[in-house]
Design a protein around this ligand. Sequence first.
Ligand SMILES: CC(C)(COP(=O)(O)OP(=O)(O)OC[C@H]1O[C@@H](n2cnc3c(N)ncnc32)[C@H](O)[C@@H]1OP(=O)(O)O)[C@@H](O)C(=O)NCCC(=O)NCCS
Length: 322
Amino acid sequence: MTYARITGIGSYLPEKVLTNKDLEKMMDTSDEWIRERTGIKRRHIAADDETTSSLGLIAARHAMEMADVTAGDLDMIIVATCTPDKVIPGTACIIQRHLGAKRCPAIDINAACSGFIYGLDQANRYLVTGGGRRALVIGAETLSRITDWHDRTTAVLFGDGAGAAVLEVSDEPGILSTHIHANGEFEDLLQTRNGVSLGFDASAGLGAFIEMNGNAVFKRAVATFDSMARETVADLDGHLEDIDWFIPHQANMRIILAAAKKLGMSMDRVIATVDEHANTSAASIPLAMDLAVRDGRIKRGDTLLIGAFGAGFTWGSAMLEF
Ligand SMILES: CC(C)(COP(=O)(O)OP(=O)(O)OC[C@H]1O[C@@H](n2cnc3c(N)ncnc32)[C@H](O)[C@@H]1OP(=O)(O)O)[C@@H](O)C(=O)NCCC(=O)NCCS
């Protein structure tokens, strides 16, 4: 049987760190409130000269180094992001140029926080059906650029970063299953009110900033992780003990705890980075995976379950043998 297997993983976080204490000086909030309600302690913020493509490029190079592949080996580049450098060209094309991956197809996917899983799903289908032998899937975000730094209900939640994975066709097990979903009915609960086609109204203080009904999104996210758990259990014929590691999207520690509980996974089998990275949207899962691979927790042959939920709403999960 032919699989698409992750042969390299990499990530990058901007150097600048913004702690909860720093935020206390910028708005009416407290380290205690942020930690209690979200589990977040700090987040990384892109420097003025950094962009989503520059973050993604570094993560991609780390992943390619681990996989021992060169730019010329790539048959597809997918960048999952909701904060592209520009409207056109796509961020994937910008990264393709910097890598020197000449003529390799390159596309962006915007599935918000579920973007990396959407990207894995697409790359997996592309590779196992003979579209090519190697794909690069990047999740990269500069959410700080669409954060309203005057809105304490959202500003404390987000961070910048990038993660990337190289997938290669293999006879050895790799991606075992993927499930992706969307429901556009809840647009108002998590959105940027303005945008490209709708236009920007910066003069009225209405830029393309993230606006969220945190409470409603929270409830929806927890309920969705429940349905995700059911799908996964069905895939595994009930053998949840086969999963070595659960890597959820990193939005809020309380959502992660609830998701782990639904799955019956003890927290020592869950990778959580939300305390250090905050919510980096499409970058959060590959960032967490890279950290746990490089610190030795995740080993070759381990079975991973990844799951995400985000604006759209979009959600998805993937099970894979690393
Ligand atoms: C945003 C979130 C942390 C808020 O936590 P919550 O427990 O729901 O808190 P509430 O929104 O009910 O707010 C409680 C109080 O804290 C206040 N508050 C909100 N943000 C605050 C902040 N940064 N600092 C201090 N107080 C704050 C609110 O104004 C409210 O005050 P009130 O009771 O006087 O009205 C939580 O809803 C959440 O994590 N939602 C999902 C976020 C998410 O995952 N989004 C992305 C999906 S990919």
